[in-house]
Design a binder for this molecule. Sequence first.
Ligand code: ADP
Ligand code: ZN
Ligand code: ZN
Length: 816
Amino acid sequence: MQFFINVIVPLALADSFTYEVNENEFHYLQVGMRVAVPFGKSKVYTALVLSKHNVPPVAYQAKEIQEIIDSQPIVNETQIAHWKWLAEYYMCTLGEVYRAAVPSALLLESETIVVYKPKKEYLISEFTDEEFLLYEAFQSQAVLKIEEIISILNKKNVFPVIQSLLEKEIIVLNEEIVESYKPKMVKYVKLNPEYDAPEKLKDLMEMLSRSEKQRSLVMKFFQLKAIDKKPITSKTLLEKADVTPAVLKGLISKNIFEEFTLAQDRVVFADVNKQEIVLSDSQQTAFDSVVTSFEKFDVTLLKGITGSGKTEIYIKLIEQILKQEKQVLYLLPEIALTTQLVQRLTKHFGNQVAVFHSKYSSNERVEVWFRVNQNSEKAKVVIGARSSIFLPFSNLGFVVVDEEHEPSFKQQDPAPRFHARDAAIVLAKMHNAKVLLGSATPSLESFYNAYQNKFGLVTLEKRFGNVKLPEIVLIDIKEKHRKKEMKGHFSIDLLDEINQTLIRGEQVILFQNRRGFSPVLECLTCGHVPQCPSCDVSLTYHKFQEHLRCHYCGYTMAKPVKCHVCHSVDITTKGFGTEQIELEVKELFPNKSIARMDQDTTRGKYAFEKLIDAFKNQEIDILVGTQMLAKGLDFDNVTLVGILNADNALYFPDFRAHERAFQMFMQVAGRAGRKDKEGKVFIQTYNPYHNIIQQVTTNDYGSMFKEQMYERLNFKYPPFYRLIRLQLKHVDFQKVKEGSFWLYNLLSKQLEMPVLGPEEPSINRIRNQYIRIILIKIPINIPLNKTKNEIRKSIKSFEAIGAYRSIKTTISVDFY
Ligand code: ADP
Ligand code: ZN
Ligand code: ZN
């Protein structure tokens, strides 16, 4: 009898491949274990076992696997079912889901580059012979390719050695070359094993009879050990015994104590005392309603205004789930995932909290992966950004999706282009777990689901501590310009208010949803605007670096002193970003401390946290920033929020622009006024009578919802239609133009529903690739699968045409 396994490889290819194994391997292997498999002519990939069987493949001769990597599955069957759903729903391959789901350190492949970069101390004597060979090679060359390692070790199966060096944290893989995170090393003391028993204490005391201090240190050590078996740090021991380090040194040189170092756990949190939360009456009512709602609904939407204390309600619910010994997933948009929030949760759940997001290195992600996989006590509550839906939960009991309206929950690139909220709802269903969506400004989709009784709905309309919602003041900048009541980009009214706020010792947030100094540099003589050579956009001027930069591809050039076309020196800037506002504020308030928070100032791993901490500690008076500062941050002393220009968000070419503008303004406004301080929000706009601005001013989500839903229905958009967007890309303008027409014609013939396009998007070229868009609007009552199959077939016919094969087509289901 022959033995086979079906595996997925981390590639955008057909869903699974069959390999041959021997009988022993067959019995050893389990679904969800990794195996290294040869692929194509000379490549090796880390594949995942999907199934075991005895049926040889018909179309090809099955190859043999190269080796088994795991002794335990690292992926469970529920995950595989969920991944299959993702691949089907979001129209990609299972291989693409696998590649996105599993941390790259667990997906070694023949192209992987291995970098020598020890993060811990290690003993050469503990290396195996093969590890030692590699260690030696690394001494003359810090980077090795897999094929080099194969020739150094003179064998093909090199993944286990690499895996072991990875676990010892002596090497890292390709993409981590830039990582600079180092675990903190902590010194511990232990007794020489010879003395490590209570009955030895007397001997020791006699030996040390001449040194009072050394004796008291040893006594202290035995006392501490009796209370707690955990390793004792040198620092604690010295503090408790109240002696100098020299005393310990003396004992170490007498061979009584030994000192050793350990890496502190990566995700370390201070030992905080657990605080009991007492919910306010309205929080308690909301909490009870959520519990009742879960009797009827799998998903409940908690619509609670900013500052209403939704987090405390989540915490109370999580406490209940933990009592049932289940796992909890707490999903947040990447930028809202702050230390602040992690600390708030850790206060209650201590070491049971694990954090998972993209700023963590691959090694750190692997650690969380294994903890979740082992259902470890250290990962009962996982706080993470969208990729945490891929973790190997085996016993998930509850999912919180906070700020559920955030567009960044939808992954744009690469595939799977999933929406984390929706994928989490499906995952929860597979585990029989409940989902709570939280937001002050729910997405139209979720609110509509609640309205239709698909989700439960609980509302919380009071801020915690009865803090009032901020007063909103509209400033008509057209009129202010006419009356000459503007200074730079500031109305006199806003400046006065800033002044008064600062005089009271309170803080100010200024919001401008655009970074850089100004988005356009224009020649006054001929009108020329410098463009990115590879993208169809103008270059943004960054004053600090005196350069122009493309925000799509990163291209930069020095700021021109003369127009490139007519050589005139009369060059001016148009429009403004955060950098310009920061400079203006610095001139207007020279004695105040001013900082800026946007993508440009928060690149480093902890840069964002540092800014937030400084602002929270009131080291900064005025913080200028993009929407980054709107997310789930909680500042006690901010009483004024200024929105410099509300209009560019309103006129963004996107059917969700109005909904998003409403959400963004409400969220930014929500930063004003906490605790006992009432806040004010100044909105500068050319359109004070715009419906969205009016709805923000009166905190009228209901009207916004009604009006936007009417538009969505009229213009055939979600939630009444599902959108599937096809994007075609190629360097040849003509080719992509013809190809997209061809595909469009086929689709509109095959599908009995609106097919739009092929449209040239407002930015029609990025990184030298021309872009065309085809949009399919599927009425909500039409079976989705049938439509998707038609689309798949059409794309297949399209790709079968030689001339179009090189056009790259990507599919985004539920396009955002
Ligand atoms: P939301 O997430 O709904 O905007 P938060 O959960 O951030 O609101 O709560 C706002 C503020 O009120 C926070 O500073 C929080 O610590 C405080 N708070 C909320 N509920 C309680 C409570 N029950 N006891 C003490 N403080 C609370
Ligand atoms: Zn010119
Ligand atoms: Zn560019």
